[in-house]
Design a protein around this ligand. Structure first.
Ligand SMILES: NC(=O)c1ccc[n+]([C@@H]2O[C@H](COP(=O)([O-])OP(=O)(O)OC[C@H]3O[C@@H](n4cnc5c(N)ncnc54)[C@H](O)[C@@H]3O)[C@@H](O)[C@H]2O)c1
Length: 252
């Protein structure tokens, strides 16, 4: 019970990785509010995680909208009995594929708006609550694409690199309020979404051949790091990132 009685908001909490983070946070004793733009996915996540107690709630949010974020954070302070937000996991994200010069300005704007601007604005409103209540923890979803470039993902790569430096700056500015901020950089994580997209076997084998640990990551591999960074076990860790990629990017 490493998150006993902590109140956590998870953006993108109805997604492949976010829903597993929600499950792990519940298992560790947290009260969890999953927020996501996809109401159907919220409902099925709530259903799937049913039986974990009455400490799980879902709300629709659009992290590209400041008003939607402000409204959700306000509702969160009513949902959590003591009004405190102890943990924010910013996981909502998108990654449309297009190469130069075809990459459209609107796709660039949308990607930066969800992945980077959304992380900033959600953090901004949650931090107000954390300062009032004497501290908290923010864990932001970046990617190995925030550290190294991958073709066809210029907007995504730039947004995830932005998340890393946003997190470091927040860590510096918020340490005095006892707020820690870190990011997580997963490599290729095998999700239901990718399975249903039917990625060709040779493409998956090619990926695996670049991973020293010889397999793709799982949502649970990532969720366990979100637990660690949200818990007091990481009390002296702020302003850094943890790579979860089976060793893929530690080599030439
Ligand atoms: N799957 C991977 O291999 C991988 C690797 C590295 C990083 N990531 C990052 O992990 C996060 C989750 O990825 P996933 O694979 O679980 O994808 P996913 O599509 O299953 O989950 C993303 C969630 O974000 C939500 N979302 C999208 N736009 C939103 C908005 N405007 N407002 C609120 N919610 C919104 C979606 O509805 C979805 O539930 C993303 O940030 C992604 O970039 C994934």
């Amino acid at each position: 019970m490493r998150l006993s009685n902590k109140n956590a908001i998870i953006t993108g909490g109805a997604g492949s990785i976010g829903s597993v983070v929600a499950k792990r946070y519940l298992e560790e004793g947290a009260n969890v509010l999953i927020v996501d733009r996809d109401q159907k996915a919220i409902d099925s996540t709530l259903n799937e995680l049913d039986g974990q107690g009455d400490n799980l709630t879902g709300l629709k949010i659009d992290v590209t909208s400041e008003e939607s974020i402000r409204d959700t954070v306000q509702k969160a302070t009513k949902i959590f009995k003591n009004g405190k937000i102890d943990i924010l996991a910013n996981i909502a994200g998108i990654g449309p594929f297009a190469k130069f010069p075809e990459l459209k300005v609107e796709d660039w704007d949308k990607t930066l708006s969800v992945n980077l601007r959304g992380t900033f604005i959600t953090s901004k409103y949650v931090v107000e609550n954390m300062i009032e209540n004497g501290g908290g923890v923010i864990v932001n979803m970046s990617s190995t694409n925030g550290l190294l470039a991958e073709e066809g993902l210029a907007a995504y790569n730039a947004s995830k690199a932005g998340v890393i430096l946003l997190s470091k700056t927040m860590a510096l500015e918020l340490a005095k309020y006892k707020i820690r901020v870190n990011s997580v950089c997963p490599g290729f994580i095998r999700t239901k979404l990718q399975d249903s997209a039917g990625l060709p076997k040779d493409m998956i084998d090619n990926y695996i051949s670049k991973i020293p640990l010889g397999r793709l990551g799982t949502p649970l591999d990532v969720a366990n790091v979100f637990v660690y960074l949200a818990s007091d076990e990481s009390a002296f860790i702020t302003g850094t990132e943890i790579v979860v990629d089976g060793g893929q990017i530690c080599q030439e």
